[in-house]
Design a protein around this ligand. Structure first.
Ligand SMILES: *Cc1c(COP(=O)(O)O)cnc(C)c1O
Length: 224
């Protein structure tokens, strides 16, 4: 089996164990630092959604690949001076964690483009150094995104600190699911919980994740 087939089988098994349809779970291929040949190979195998962390690297890849049907997600920390490139070139931005970014992305999304899909990144571990907003700030961000005509609020994204124990994984993803349900209850159109990576996607899927983000397990280790 290819890496992609193995991963899709893992997702199907996790979904079945959770009593969910595998169709509810999207695989985002995290292509940061991965060479173009590997991305081409994954496109040939049918993968369409790619996640990138570095703006300049991502734009260079879009330019080189020239495959129109791909969907590009920005998942890295956002510097305010990069929002214009995000607004002009990406389909989704998953790492929105402060009001200033909402304003800039809405102002800078080109007229006539589809609304930019936005996830609010939440700091699930309340770790002071980490990206993501405090859970208490989700609603203010959601309202600002909802009032932005060129943005479309789709849900939450989180990158919990890696945990190896199943109980610890279940605890953090259950907390995220509660935040997600709360948000979805107040904002129609919210349909995406981006949570779970190669080490913990089973626990994430058991707790309502609709999008898992995997890099190394799909592409192989990132070359330096
Ligand atoms: C890099 C990254 C991933 C994937 O990590 P791998 O270890 O390559 O699978 C997922 N989500 C985010 C936000 C990342 O930055």
């Amino acid at each position: 089996m290819s890496r992609l087939e193995t991963l899709n089988a893992r997702i199907r098994t996790a979904a079945a164990l959770a009593g969910r349809s595998a169709d509810e779970i999207i695989l985002l291929a995290v292509s940061k630092k991965q060479p173009l040949e590997r991305i081409h190979a994954l496109i040939a195998a049918g993968q369409r959604r790619f996640g990138e962390n570095y703006v300049d690297e991502a734009l260079a890849k879009m330019e080189a690949l020239q495959v129109p049907s791909l969907e590009w997600h920005f998942i890295g920390p956002i510097q305010s001076n990069k929002t214009r490139q995000l607004a002009e070139h990406f389909d989704w931005v998953q790492s929105v964690d402060r009001l200033k970014l909402v304003r800039r992305l809405n102002d800078q999304r080109p007229e006539g483009a589809e609304p930019l899909n936005v996830l609010i990144q939440v700091n699930a571990d309340a770790e002071p150094q980490k990206a993501g907003c405090d859970p208490d700030d989700i609603e203010a961000l959601a309202e600002a995104i909802g009032e932005s005509p060129k943005l479309r609020l789709r849900g939450l994204m989180a990158i919990p600190a890696p945990r190896t124990d199943p109980a610890g994984q279940a605890e953090v993803f259950a907390r995220l699911q509660a935040l997600y349900r709360d948000l979805a209850g107040r904002h129609p159109g919210v349909d995406t919980l981006s949570a779970g990576m190669s080490g913990d996607l089973e626990a994430a899927i058991a707790n309502g994740s609709t999008m898992v983000r995997v890099g190394t397990d799909l592409f192989g280790p990132r070359p330096d």
